[in-house]
Ligand binder design. Structure first.
Ligand code: DWN
Length: 393
């Protein structure tokens, strides 16, 4: 038994289950516990939630809803076009096409198990398979499209439970000198920022370069470059090749692995200390909300993110403390946050009038939000965050 439990975030709902009624009778909950595998150094949820419960035809998250992300994907596609031969591109977890729509190549294919999202890209002439990523699908795509010279996947590989099969399925489709690019939240950043809200049902894993490298050791692929990104609260972008491929290995790889060693990514004690910081963060955040309630301040939530579901449910924050959330995603509006049952509203022009505090559910878009809400800030409106520690901004 190599897996050691270090964090218990309590009873949690399905983060994508934005509710039609405020108090449903049959809401699904599971115990959100996090474990560290001493052998592979992988950090994962102890209990995986069945994928069909999470990724279905009512999937709410639309990657194109933030300007920051639209720009980030446009810039990335320009860069990849320059850097690699991108005649044929496959994206695993293509969401609403925010990345693929930047390409005009001969062979652009998406994979997206959430049927409502796959429908969007299929209607934009981006061939999209509405299936889960596995070896069978990979073989089917191979028959229909052959090999790919670029396989890209952002915020998806960490959602797939059987990582060995997911990697095999990529190997099967990747050209000899092709590049597999993945990006996911970085475990180092989670530890540094105490951003425990990166743990929720969909995030079966939070990767480090160390764990990705150990995982690839079981395959015929290896990392040849790593970029650190500010997106999604701090992510890593891994460039992966076949061992027989002709790409050279950048010194960033060893540098990142060494940095991770220095912060103790390979040691259970690091995670036990993190767990204590998380408990402290919960108490401090709750005190802030309690105090504001006592002083009769108007408090709302800004960005009903999946991440914030972990915070709200772990810290027992509900409509006693947060009047409502605002969110730009249409299919969240008019609904209620999972587990915590807080109404979600459309951000109409005057909605922040007379609001004193806004809890930043979308803390990862702080800059974009602060830029947008200049008037609110200038007229005395404040934000609350829990990252890197609970505070008023
Ligand atoms: O990995 C995942 C990430 C990429 O997306 C998925 N498992 C699910 C989802 O997680 P999330 O909800 O934590 O992601 P975001 O991108 O942090 O969500 C931002 C939310 O905030 C969106 O619902 C849009 C909203 N928003 C807003 O209302 N006003 C965002 C901005 C920038 C704004 O100005």
């Amino acid at each position: 038994m190599n897996k050691i439990e270090f964090l218990d975030l309590g009873k949690q709902p399905i983060t994508n289950n934005f509710l039609d009624t405020q108090y449903p009778k049959d809401e699904f909950f599971y115990n959100l516990k996090v474990v560290f595998d001493e052998k592979s150094k992988l950090v994962s949820l102890k209990n995986f939630v069945p994928p069909e419960k999470m990724f279905n035809e009512t999937y709410a998250h639309r990657a194109s809803m933030s300007k920051t992300m639209r720009i980030a994907y446009k810039n990335l596609s320009d860069k990849l076009k320059k850097k690699f031969n991108t005649e044929s591109i496959l994206e695993i977890g293509s969401n609403d096409g925010v990345f693929l729509r930047n390409f005009n190549s001969k062979n652009v294919v998406g994979v997206e198990p959430c049927k409502n999202l796959a429908e969007i890209t299929n209607s934009q002439s981006i061939k999209t398979y509405d299936n889960f990523w596995d070896l069978n699908l990979s073989k089917k795509i191979h028959k229909e499209h052959g090999n790919f010279d670029l396989i890209y996947s952002a915020n998806t590989i960490s959602h797939i439970h059987d990582l060995n099969e997911a990697i095999l399925a990529v190997e099967n489709l990747l050209d000899k000198n092709g590049t597999f690019v993945i990006e996911d939240p970085s475990l180092s950043e989670v530890l540094k920022k105490n951003s425990y809200d990166q743990f929720y049902d969909e995030h079966a894993y939070v990767f480090s370069a160390t764990s990705i490298s150990n995982l690839l050791n079981l395959s015929d692929m290896e990392i040849f470059d790593i970029e650190k990104l500010s997106t999604h609260g701090g992510s890593n972008r891994y460039f992966i090749k076949k061992k027989i491929g002709n790409q050279t290995i950048n010194e960033n790889v060893i540098k990142t692995l060494n940095e991770e060693k220095e912060i103790g990514i390979e040691r259970i004690e690091t995670y036990q200390k993190f767990s204590l910081n998380v408990k402290k963060s919960k108490d401090e955040l709750f005190k802030i909300f309690e105090n504001l309630k006592k002083n009769k301040k108007r408090v709302i939530g800004y960005g009903a993110t999946y991440k914030s579901s972990t915070v709200l449910n772990y810290c027992n924050l509900n409509t006693d403390f947060i009047e409502f959330f605002i969110d730009t995603t249409e299919n969240k509006q008019g609904k209620f946050t999972p587990g915590s049952h807080i109404p979600i509203k459309k951000p109409l022009p005057d909605i922040l009038k007379n609001v004193n505090y806004a809890y930043l559910g979308a803390w990862n878009f702080k800059n974009e939000i602060f830029e947008k809400e200049k008037e609110y800030i200038e007229t005395g409106g404040k934000f609350i965050t829990h990252v890197p520690k609970p505070m008023i901004l």
